[in-house]
Ligand binder design. Structure first.
Ligand SMILES: [Zn+2]
Length: 276
């Protein structure tokens, strides 16, 4: 992992208080612009004459994103393409600021929700985040290819966390941008509105068939051990499925017990606050 060079003064500060660089060149021409909470990481892919951003973080952190791009010598208008990994507020928030000059793309199941401003799934207002509406110019499908010349991004539909999740696979450099589908260590995300566990199981199984050198997730650390992480992710997804079965078995048993015990069940399950 090649880090962006820093000025001698910044290096001194970094030595005093070790801090992860906010802009990192991961491989030549691909940069991670570290996520400003609560936003996701943003990745910049400098193509042959075209620049793509993968996700845009939250709207409130757009000024920071703009500064990070300026560090790389880019203005907002120099971003030609936005690829959204899924429909959540922390990945899509600043998209409208680029839309005047950039083409916006997302999987069709995410695109539909974004265009209809479906707050039930994007969580934008629920998380008290601003953000202007925008539309999605190109609705992606599983198997779509985005050719940037020096890099090619293959779209893999990976529903599970949400229905509109995609991962982007660069086959020559063997890189995988995973959004919220898989994190370092094989950790999976929550099942958000519109997602489901069984799709998640299939999605991580599909990813495990790819030859991958590095995983670039939407949050947390980059992973250089995908061969260890993806089998763990499959086990994790399968465990979620098994836990759901156990939960519903216990739930049914509890309901039957409730029927037997009647008001006594309520007495024993009442919270302490209610008793006060
Ligand atoms: Zn998400």
């Amino acid at each position: 992992m090649k880090e962006k060079p820093v000025s001698p003064r910044a290096q001194t500060r970094a030595e005093l208080q070790p801090e992860q660089s906010t802009v990192t060149e991961l491989v030549p021409g691909i940069y991670q612009l570290r996520g400003e909470k609560p936003g996701s990481h943003v990745y910049l892919v400098k193509g042959d004459g075209r620049n793509a951003l993968i996700d845009t973080g939250v709207a409130g952190k757009f000024p920071v994103l703009k500064r990070r791009l300026a560090e790389l010598g880019l203005h907002v208008k120099d971003v030609n393409l936005i690829i959204l990994t899924h429909e959540h507020y922390d990945h899509i928030g600043a998209t409208a600021f680029f839309h005047r000059t950039a083409v916006v793309t997302a999987h069709r199941l995410a695109a539909n929700k974004l265009e209809l401003q479906d707050e039930f799934v994007t969580f934008r207002k629920y998380r008290d985040q601003s953000g202007k509406p925008f539309w999605v110019d190109v609705w992606l499908e599983d198997g779509s290819t985005i050719d940037l010349g020096n890099y090619e991004l293959q779209v893999i539909h990976t529903p599970g966390h949400t229905s509109g999740c995609i991962c982007l696979y660069e086959p020559r450099a063997r890189l995988l941008f995973t959004g919220d589908t898989v994190f370092a260590g094989g950790t999976l995300s929550e099942i958000a509105v519109g997602g489901n566990v069984s799709d998640y199981v299939n999605s991580v199984r599909r990813l495990s068939n790819l030859k991958i050198k590095q995983v670039y997730p939407g949050h947390g650390k980059v992973s250089s051990t995908p061969e260890e992480d993806l089998p763990k992710a499959i086990v994790y997804a399968q465990t979620m499925l098994d836990d759901c079965k156990s939960f519903f078995e216990a739930f049914i048993k509890t309901r039957k017990l409730q029927d037997k015990l009647g008001s006594a069940f309520g007495y024993w399950t009442r919270s302490r606050d209610e008793e006060k």
